[in-house]
Design a protein. Structure first.
Lengths: 352, 80
């Protein structure tokens, strides 16, 4: 069995932002349940022993933990490549210098928009100006720098300004990701889901920007799967590439996996990581193709997209074994198409 | 580029570590990556490679280095 390529370490659920599309579960782990420094370092050690190369420190806001520098240093000692996925809130020049000195390889800084007012409205906090100042600090350091912007119906019209902003901030990569509809985002779907015209227009715009900025800034674009013909190859396949550890130490095959009922997730403090990856019921449940139903079972694309996302199948078709309902071959596609019909403008709800 | 580094483990092939990814390097690929220092020209690289691999046909070195560098440029590892 191949080892996981990466560990996604959600080191805390605490976060100063309250984004309307937050991808964390509806029920957050509290501070007292978070794994201690030593427990995380042990996870990194076991991961490296298993063959993991990449570590993604995320949250919540990872900067909310005051042992972050120690975690970065420990991960580097185990020869992991350390990515920090952050809103930047809680970072200043001194702390940034410490993190880079500890061996941080890559910072992915999130923005909510290219303009302060709508950005702060989405985040439920005054954050945009702070992020801009911070980005200029990051660009001064020997660390890879990615700008990430989540897009949706309310901000897609500013895509050209977003690209210009990332370029101006000196990012080497810009990641434009459409909202994925789980957790809080599913609750706010009618507010966030873009129109088909918006999606088509943005795709053309991105393609021309990619050509124009070749060799200067890479642009990665994650399309919304609701408009796709086929589902996304979620997580590169269940239990194939990634292992996610929640703040309280539960090991999950993807960040939304806890929505699937009757699936028990093991904890890293109770079981070795290798056993969880190779033997546990949760990681084996949707591994390979044995669990598939029709139309996936006989579909020639089954080895490309693995039937799509198991969590989305459960959330939208109430069956985690079903074909991902966004697939044009799914009997539930109708339901998806209905949700795309222009909805009356609905106010959004900030994550609590 | 910042955030790109080579990780060498004794007795194993080297790994080029980049943001959110990794790439195994064989001996010649490692030599090529090692020569990327931000100022060296392509011609300069080929000259060094010829010294390092005297047995290899020069055209082969040029095409190998060229295709690897194109690949690395697409991944944002090198720039020119």
């Amino acid at each position: 069995m191949n080892p996981p390529l990466g560990i996604i370490a959600e080191i805390t659920h605490r976060c100063p932002l309250h984004c309307v599309y937050c991808s964390n579960p509806l029920e957050l782990a509290s501070r007292k349940d978070e794994l201690a420094t030593e427990a995380w370092l042990e996870v990194f050690r076991q991961g490296a022993g298993l063959g993991v190369l990449q570590l993604f420190l995320t949250g919540g806001e990872p900067l909310a933990r005051n042992d972050l520098t120690q975690l970065v240093r420990g991960a580097r000692e185990h020869k992991l490549y350390v990515n920090l996925i952050t809103s930047g809130i809680g970072l200043n020049a001194a702390r940034l210098g410490e993190l880079v000195a500890a061996g941080l390889d890559h910072i992915q800084l999130s923005f909510q928009d290219s303009e302060a007012a709508p950005a702060d409205a989405i985040a439920g906090a005054r954050a945009h100006e702070l992020k801009l100042a911070l980005a200029r600090e990051i660009a001064q350091h020997e660390v890879a720098f990615t700008v990430n912007i989540v897009v949706h119906r309310q901000n897609l019209q500013r895509l050209p300004q977003m690209i210009a902003m990332a370029r101006d901030l000196g990012a080497s990569k810009l990641e434009i990701a459409h909202v994925q509809y789980y957790g809080w985002a599913l609750r706010n779907r009618s507010y966030l889901l873009p129109t088909r015209e918006q999606v088509e227009e943005s795709r053309a715009l991105i393609e021309s920007a990619q050509k124009r900025l070749e060799g200067q800034m890479r642009i990665e674009y994650v399309l919304p799967d609701y408009y796709a013909k086929y589902p996304k190859a979620c997580m590169g396949g269940w239990g194939q590439k990634m292992i996610l550890i929640t703040p309280a130490g539960k090991a999950l095959p993807c960040h939304a996996a806890e929505v699937i009922p009757d699936l028990e997730f093991d904890r890293v403090c109770e079981k070795p990581l290798r056993w969880i990856w190779e033997e546990s019921e949760a990681f084996n449940r949707f591994r390979g193709e044995d669990w598939m139903q029709e139309p996936c079972k006989s579909c020639e694309r089954r080895s490309h997209d693995f039937g799509g996302c198991r969590c989305q199948a459960f959330l939208l078709a109430n069956d985690a074994n079903a074909t991902d309902p966004v697939c044009s071959l799914s009997p539930h596609k109708e339901k998806i198409l209905l949700s795309l019909a222009p909805a009356p403008h609905k106010a959004s709800v900030h994550r609590s | 580029m910042p955030g790109c580094r080579v990780s060498e483990t004794a007795g194993e092939s080297s790994t080029l570590m980049v943001p959110e990814g990794a790439m195994r390097l064989n001996a010649s690929a490692l030599a090529i990556v090692r020569l990327c220092n931000g100022v060296r020209t392509f011609a300069g690289m080929i000259a060094s490679l010829k010294e390092e691999f005297p047995g290899a046909p020069p055209e082969q070195l040029e095409s190998d280095a060229g295709s690897l560098l194109e690949k690395l440029r697409a991944k944002g590892v090198v720039a020119w």
